[in-house]
Design a protein around this ligand. Structure first.
Ligand code: C2O
Length: 524
């Protein structure tokens, strides 16, 4: 079965599935829950609720041509399901031998994309330009946009390489914190990288401890980045969710070179990095049963900048991307249809149905901030001089709160491009770049991506200059038995390994401890 037929099957099942679902009177038509917010700023309102109309749904999903596809597959439903059950597997790159067909196919596809004329949208540089010109960062479109970007790129690779079950490999940087060996030769090499084959990404940003804390997030907004209104451009800045602000941004800077900026897809490792981010989202939804937002502002957002494997433009909505992991690919270890350790197991029809229900499960999600304790002045730190600031926190509120304790950094700017990540310590005023993230006072880390000097390098409504970040410090407060009073915050700038530093200074407009509540109301 060709990839196109496979997609046709997917479209068919999508349509059938949505027909079933939308025929039920309770889908998304429940009462609107009025936003009961106590000053939700940038992270939290969640937008309006989903009130789907059956025809809208199908149009969104299938477009005009979708109806034609329905006929094409109707008589061979069973074999369609088989094909979907055996959809291509995205594998951990470090488990593949150097001459594995996936790596050979990936290299061949890249070589061919580089040879395509500049007039072809599948041309290697043109693919990177899609990212350069359109990628949303620091808002809740980050995950679905990159999911769609990867899917269409994967299809281009499949077609050009001729490998019918080609699927992009992923780089699990938690397990293997150095750029994997296959990316150091042939078409998978990018000679601009700052990292070398022996550079090791910091556990502060990609290690098992921080990753399990991020995966334990139940609030979509703090996991997947903050909300923006439907009418706002897709590059409008909100707050970086922890997945984006910590491992995602860090790995871009850690690899450096092309990876440090918006032409980063010129580095073949970009796709393996984002495939890992995608794997985290799949695991979060399907294995950990976390809910995405039900906001229409998110679900009905459409992207029009991608092209399919034939170079034709496509339009894809966020809603449609939710079903990609059920119909178009699977991971070797997590999510729907994961083959697991043993023989590749195909998912049954019942499993596929359960997965597509899960894919569409959603909730009205907010982050309600109850109290704020702010550092009175902007924070300034430089490479050789950590910032130590005092944060006065009312012990009574902290004691009685019982919700989440978040440390928010708003308006973070650098004096140049990003060359470091930021580590935060509580009540350890003597912390330095040498203080390990295993120290009990370590509260978290964040990093920058495509940040430049404030005011410089700002393109078409894209604010490259400032970022808003958030850490969850509940665990560290408990561990250190901090019950309020004055908390000392130390911000340490830690250079990426082996880097010639240009960036020296960081400033942050607002630093706050926020007592907040997750409000997650599942849709019926
Ligand atoms: Cu839009 Cu990690 O890049």
């Amino acid at each position: 079965m060709s990839p196109r037929d496979r997609e046709r099957c997917g479209a068919h099942i999508l349509a059938r599935d949505f027909l079933d679902r939308t025929a039920s009177p309770d889908y998304g038509s429940g009462p609107q829950i009025p936003g009961k917010k106590s000053r939700p700023v940038r992270l939290g309102s969640g937008g309006t609720e989903m009130k789907p109309d059956r025809r809208d749904f199908l149009n969104t999903l299938l477009g005009g041509a979708g109806w034609a596809m329905l006929g094409g597959c109707a008589t061979t439903m069973q074999s369609c399901q088989q094909q979907i059950a055996n959809r291509p597997v995205r594998r951990n790159v470090t488990t593949l031998g150097a001459s594995h067909p996936i790596l050979t196919a990936y290299a061949s596809a890249i070589t061919q994309m580089k040879a395509l004329p500049a007039s072809d949208p599948r041309n290697w540089t043109n693919q990177a330009r899609i990212h350069n010109d359109h990628c949303p960062h620091g808002n809740w479109l980050f995950l679905p946009w990159h999911r769609a970007y990867l899917l269409y790129f994967e299809r281009i690779c499949r077609k050009l390489s001729g490998m019918a079950d080609f699927a992009l490999p992923y780089w699990n940087w938690t397990q293997s914190p150095s750029v994997p060996a296959p990316f150091w030769s042939g078409a998978l090499l990018d000679t601009n990288r700052f990292a070398t084959a022996s550079s090791v990404a910091s556990s502060a940003n990609v290690g098992a401890t921080v990753m399990s804390s991020i995966m334990a997030e139940t609030n979509f907004l703090t996991f997947a980045s903050g909300d923006i209104p439907a009418a706002a451009g897709q590059r409008t800045a909100s707050t970086y969710g922890r997945l984006e602000g910590t491992p995602h941004n860090y790995v871009h800077g850690f690899v450096g070179g092309d990876m440090g900026a918006f032409m980063s897809p010129l580095d073949p490792v970009f796709w393996a990095h984002h495939n890992m981010i995608e794997r985290c989202w799949v695991q979060w939804n399907f294995d950990l049963d976390r809910l995405n937002t039900s906001s229409n502002d998110w679900l009905h957002r459409e992207f029009t900048e991608f092209c399919d494997e034939n170079g034709n433009p496509v339009t894809v909505s966020v809603l449609t991307t939710l079903l990609f992991p059920v119909f178009s690919y699977r991971y070797d270890d997590v999510g729907p249809g994961a083959p697991g350790a043993g023989a590749p197991a195909a998912d049954t029809k019942a499993e596929q149905d359960a997965s597509s229900r899960k894919a569409k499960a959603s909730a009205s999600i907010r982050l309600d901030v109850q109290k704020r304790f702010a550092v009175t002045q902007p924070v300034a730190a430089s490479i050789d001089k950590p910032a130590v600031v005092q944060l006065p926190v009312d012990p009574a509120s902290l004691r009685s709160d019982g919700g989440r304790t978040l440390l928010a950094f708003d308006g973070a700017t650098l004096d140049h491009t990003e060359d470091f990540s930021v580590r935060v310590f509580l009540n350890k005023p003597d912390a330095t770049a040498a203080t390990p993230p295993e120290d009990p006072h370590f509260a978290g880390a964040f990093a920058f991506f495509q940040h430049a000097a404030a005011g410089a390098a700002t393109t078409a409504g894209h604010d490259h200059g400032a970022g808003n970040f958030v850490l969850d410090v509940g665990d560290v407060l408990k561990r250190l038995d901090i019950a309020g009073g004055t908390i000392a915050l130390t911000l340490v700038l830690v250079p990426f390994p082996g880097r010639q530093l240009k960036t020296r200074d960081l400033s942050i407009t607002t630093t706050e401890l926020r007592l907040a509540r997750d409000v997650i109301e599942p849709r019926p």
